[in-house]
Design a protein around this ligand. Structure first.
Ligand SMILES: Cc1cc2nc3c(=O)[nH]c(=O)nc-3n(C[C@H](O)[C@H](O)[C@H](O)COP(=O)(O)OP(=O)(O)OC[C@H]3O[C@@H](n4cnc5c(N)ncnc54)[C@H](O)[C@@H]3O)c2cc1C
Length: 290
């Protein structure tokens, strides 16, 4: 860390100037929970660190035009405590609750969770299931929006250029008929990275007891989180009964089998996902009479 030049912009305009100096060896520094450890372990040796902690314009959560707008520097603690997030994107709040420890939740940011691109990053399956998009700014101040699948290209890899920074996450608000939840394998207290996580979003018709617009985000299965369109197709339009809960569990197990064939963790994960699927289903429907 000693050799890196640390730039400390105080606002977006200074951030743009800082990005102009960035090289492929430079790094954005948010909460530092991943990055500082990577530097200490000599896994990376950046020439320039662009520290976002002074850019207060990136630390907000607001509801506007039927969308949640979350600044990249919003922490897990802010996200889990936000009334708006709990009301309109519950699975994201639940994913933030289950992150690491208090210290990590207080320092770690949503922008850093995406930028880190860990296959086990907790907010990522939730954001994918919520059909979130990220706003990205470059050194000229140009802004573009991308979905997470475009940004995260592999384990620890993103498509972001060295002069680009995630500034905001935009999430379409779920309507009243929607339910969402997040489940993760592992204890709530242990400071560990999830080895399996699921975000589940769906529209529930309580008269017909049917579900539609089902969205399943999966993490820690393969190199990056993904939406399981196959399982979504199987669930769409069906009655939300105990039988379907079992179909969900069994089909997710098939997904694991297809995603990581031959991997040493396969026998464990294809069983573990069933329990996690049942947990998620129970959480989602515990408020309902089926
Ligand atoms: C003990 C411990 C426990 C943890 N537990 C969990 C857990 O349970 N769940 C989980 O998901 N994660 C966990 N993590 C990982 C980490 O806390 C998260 O990934 C966190 O979101 C990282 O955010 P940060 O602000 O600290 O990012 P940083 O460490 O500052 O940055 C991480 C990466 O993202 C890039 N980056 C940061 N912000 C931006 C931005 N705005 N635009 C573009 N790139 C950016 C950085 O350049 C860097 O490559 C844990 C980490 C530790 C050390």
């Amino acid at each position: 860390m000693g050799k890196a030049v640390v730039l400390t912009p105080d606002n977006l305009s200074e951030l743009r100037d800082a990005l102009k100096q960035a090289t492929p060896k430079s790094k954005i520094l948010a909460g530092g929970t991943d990055l500082v450890m990577a530097i200490h372990k000599n896994r990376i040796n950046p020439d320039i660190l662009i520290d976002l902690s002074g850019v207060k314009e990136l630390k907000y959560i607001k509801l506007e035009d039927n969308h949640l707008h979350i600044g990249a520097m919003a922490t897990f603690t802010q996200i889990k405590e936000s009334e708006s997030v709990r009301k309109h994107a519950l699975c994201l709040a639940e994913s933030a609750v289950l992150v690491g420890s208090n210290q990590i939740r207080n320092a770690g940011t949503i922008g850093g969770n995406i930028g880190n691109a860990s296959p086990a990053g907790d907010t990522i399956p939730a954001l994918m299931a919520l059909e979130a998009r990220a706003r990205i700014m470059n050194s000229s101040g140009q802004v573009e929006e991308k979905d997470l699948n475009e940004i995260i290209t592999g384990s620890g890899k993103t498509s972001l250029g060295c002069d680009q920074v995630i500034t905001e996450i935009i999430i379409p608000v779920l309507g009243d008929a929607y339910r969402s939840t997040f489940a993760k394998l592992g204890s709530r207290t242990a400071v560990t990275i999830a080895r399996l996580n699921i975000a589940l979003v769906m529209k529930y018709d309580d008269t017909a007891n049917t579900i539609s617009d089902v969205r399943v985000g999966l993490g820690a299965i393969g190199v990056k989180a993904f939406r399981d369109r196959r399982v979504e197709g199987i669930l769409n339009g069906r009655k939300a009964d105990e039988h379907l809960a079992e179909v969900f569990a069994e089909e997710l197990s098939v997904t694991v089998q297809m995603a990581i064939p031959g991997r040493y963790s396969l026998p464990y994960k294809k069983e573990a996902i069933k329990g996690l699927a049942r947990d998620a289903w129970r959480q989602l429907f515990s408020r309902l009479v089926i």
